[in-house]
Design a protein around this ligand. Structure first.
Ligand SMILES: [Mg+2]
Length: 298
């Protein structure tokens, strides 16, 4: 309810206001430089901020892992359930009688390296191996939301949790220690399959994970795979938007069933696909190519 104001009260208030207006406080001088002007633009600011601070990111990651966990029993019960693409499974051998495993990528799938990404934004720099290796050596990455619950639940069901990662094999000790300190199961020292690992009888091209997946598949039925990039699940024929789309279309039914994707808007092969994978291009040229790849008509 409104309180009626007395006429005299209104008059007094009007006079007081008028008095104030006659003696205005000096307006503060506008700042010579707007506060934002000194902050350099960075293509990754929003992406990293979203991953670190938004509850939307957290909720999505938790949803992915929770949904996967709810399918584990069905996967265990079905001897035909396997998450390697047919060519990789054929090369690895029949899976039906093998013990169960799941495969996780590490970076932005099991472990959250957004603090490293944030340093790049703050420092205005880009990914470089020495700084990355130093960050890994700090062993300070935290778990991606939901990853601990899923992997521990899997381990409790007798499922071996493998980590197939493009962290170099030289970072094994720091990586295993960080996985453990983040709460992720490390059931034996062989569960980390890093970049550079040689797999007998399999010739690996570049940083692809095909041979390492096959190695896991030789000894295990792979119930599920988790990753933030398509290459964590199967090898695209080329790192182009067209081949990414082809791989997605071919295995679409497996996403949300055998393959589980974590969101990562801060980096990935999708980005390099926009500029032909040519990291030698100047940053400004790569940015221009990415702008050209935007769709503005649909
Ligand atoms: Mg990753």
């Amino acid at each position: 309810m409104r309180t009626p104001l007395h006429t005299a009260t209104l008059l007094a208030a009007a006079l007081a206001l008028a008095a104030c207006r006659t003696v205005p406080a000096p307006a503060p001088a506008p700042p010579a430089v707007p506060p934002a002007a000194g902050v350099p633009a960075d293509d990754n600011l929003n992406a990293v901020l979203w991953m670190q601070r938004s509850m939307e990111y957290r909720a999505i990651a938790e949803s992915v892992f929770r949904a996967a966990g709810e399918r584990l029993d069905a996967a265990l019960a079905d001897p035909a359930w396997d998450a390697l693409v047919p060519a990789e499974r054929a090369a690895a051998g029949d899976a039906a009688s093998l013990p169960p495993a799941i495969i996780l990528d590490i970076d932005e799938t099991a472990l959250d390296n957004s603090a490293y990404q944030a340093r790049l934004v703050v420092d205005g720099t880009e990914f470089a191996d020495p700084a990355w290796d130093a960050w890994v050596g700090e062993r300070k990455a935290i778990a991606v939301p939901g990853a601990v619950e899923l992997t521990r639940a899997a381990a409790a069901k007798g499922i071996t949790v493998f980590y197939v990662s493009n962290r170099s094999a030289g970072l094994t000790a720091a990586t295993l220690e960080n996985l453990r300190s983040a709460g992720l199961p490390v059931q034996h020292d062989g569960v980390f399959l890093g970049l550079g690992m040689q797999v007998p009888g399999c010739e690996q091209k570049g940083s692809g994970k095909t041979c390492r997946r096959q190695l896991v598949g030789r000894g295990h039925r792979v119930l599920m795979q988790f990753g933030d990039q398509l290459g964590d699940f199967a090898q695209p024929a080329a790192n182009t938007a067209e081949q990414h789309a082809a791989l997605h279309a071919e295995h679409r039914a497996w996403f949300g069933e055998r393959w589980w994707v974590l969101p990562n808007p801060s980096y990935g092969s999708w980005e390099a696909a926009a500029f032909g994978g040519d990291w030698s291009l100047p940053r400004s040229e790569r940015r221009a190519r990415k702008r050209e790849a935007l769709r503005t008509d649909r």
